[in-house]
Ligand binder design. Structure first.
Ligand code: AMP
Ligand code: MG
Length: 404
């Protein structure tokens, strides 16, 4: 058996980032930048007011109350073209450019209007409520670095930087093939010894959530000819993911058929639970990742291996899966040589912080506990018995609809 880390390193070392394409900012959410996003404007372009009020010279309002003559107006999108002299003020609005000669803003709440004069009741200091030119960024600044997974906030920043389009990496095309005589698609007629397959659709959703394009090839029966025929659908894909048929039983044909198909393939027993048999290789330009069939094993292996593959293809600089820590909510026995990924619920104790309580039964066929888990507790090989309250590593699932 090889370790999770070794398998992950070997898999990722064999993957190269894909090419790039230009997309409009409206389609850029969740994509990965293929080059630095460089500001094309300076923001603010000139010193601007941050409040509604009066542009003044701070020295003029050092002693209050004091009367100033209002000599003009500077609305957002307009400007006072003259120069402010001693004893003068300019009516200004949020986003209005600071007139020449002025150095600060008195907010309107602190003045009383008296015809063409204002009585300033509270002074200000130089620079107060003024946003200097380039406060946010300057033309030529790198606002978002290459490799960045674009968030909603990043879209706002790119728009402000005057970038209506961005260069992002192409979405990986990922073919998915489920296998097994016993598997039918949800909604199909189901025979007496059959079960409804979930891996094809959960893997497709996983690929979509990670930024790839999924192509579900269907369910291949445990038959060499059929497997071979259906695998042909992966031609042109960046990656083929198979589920099931990856063990060493008589009906586990995927490995052999892939090899006959001309694929260079490594088959590993990985020291992890759930999930153990994983295949990885390449067929021309298509990489191949073979996953175990149990639905929880499939998704845990997707988290541990498929996500880094997609992130590498996307050229994503920082992995999305971040480990965290929590306190154990129940005692755990010592671990054996396999790294454990235990489905757990997270609660928050106001004094102690996050508490992760593993579900009592961790069978890899139980999808319901995976769906309801908030995190996976990661227990390294040979971890000692741990009492409730011990700090453990966790892989938290993200909130929202994505949930991986
Ligand atoms: P296998 O790796 O083919 O030996 O499958 C291991 C277990 O996972 C068996 O109980 C299969 O019935 C089950 N399994 C395989 N594929 C799927 C699938 N697509 N959806 C749900 N369960 C599956
Ligand atoms: Mg099978």
């Amino acid at each position: 058996m090889i370790s999770v880390e070794e398998a992950r390193t070997r898999i990722c070392a064999a993957i190269r980032p894909l090419g790039s394409e230009q997309v409009g900012l409206g389609e850029a959410l969740g994509r990965v930048l293929a080059e630095d996003a460089v500001a094309r404007v300076t923001q603010p372009p000139a010193a601007m007011s941050a409040m509604d009020g009066y542009a003044v010279r701070a020295a003029d309002v050092a002693t209050v109350p004091v009367r100033l003559t209002v000599v003009g107006e500077a609305p957002a999108g307009g400007a006072f073209e003259g120069t402010l002299r001693a004893g003068e003020a300019v009516r200004i609005f949020t986003g209005g450019p600071l007139p020449a000669g002025a150095d600060s803003i008195v907010i309107q709440e602190n003045v009383t209007v008296e015809g063409d004069k204002v009585l300033v009741r509270e002074g200000t200091t130089a620079g107060r409520y003024v946003r200097p030119a380039g406060l946010d960024f300057k033309a030529g600044d790198v606002g978002l670095p290459c490799g960045r997974l674009l968030t909603v906030r990043d879209i706002g920043l790119a728009a402000a930087m005057n970038l209506p389009w961005l260069r992002v990496t192409r979405r990986p095309r990922i073919a998915i093939l489920s296998t097994g005589d016993e598997i039918v698609m949800p909604g199909e007629p189901i025979g007496p010894n059959q079960i409804v397959g979930s891996n094809g659709l959960s893997l497709a959703a996983f690929v979509t959530a990670c930024g790839g394009t999924a192509l579900h090839l269907g369910i291949a029966p445990d038959d060499r000819a059929a497997l071979k025929q259906m695998m042909a659908g992966a031609a042109g894909a960046d990656l083929l993911v198979t589920s099931g048929g990856a063990s060493v039983g008589e009906h586990d044909l995927v490995h052999g058929v892939l090899r006959e198909h001309g694929m260079s393939l490594d088959f590993w027993q990985i020291a992890m639970r759930p999930g153990k048999p994983v295949m990885f290789g390449r067929f021309g330009t298509t990489a191949v990742l073979g996953m175990p069939g149990n639905p929880v094993s499939t998704l845990v292996c997707a988290l541990v291996f498929l996500r880094p593959v997609i992130e590498t293809m996307l050229g994503q600089a920082e992995p999305d899966a971040r480990t965290a820590t929590a306190l154990l909510g129940a005692d755990l026995p010592a671990n054996d040589r396999r790294q454990d990924y235990l489905r757990a619920e997270l609660t928050y104790d106001p004094q102690r912080g996050a508490v992760a309580t593993p579900f009592g039964r961790q069978d890899s066929a139980m999808l319901r506990t995976l769906a309801h888990a908030d995190c996976l507790i990661v227990r390294p090989p040979y971890a000692e018995a741990a009492a409730a309250g011990t700090t453990v590593a966790i892989l938290p699932f993200s909130g929202g609809t994505i949930g991986i």
